[in-house]
Design a protein. Sequence first.
Length: 48
Amino acid sequence: MSDQQTEEIPVMQRLYNRVWLLAIAGILFFFVTYLGWGLIDILSVPAR
């Protein structure tokens, strides 16, 4: 057996290899950010 086969892949490398998971996480991040930004903007408008 070679050393490369016995080495365990680091957790972050396994995460970076999942492209669709990263894409979904990016879309969710921007959705939540803009939703929160919009709610803060609406709530900051004076009532009168």
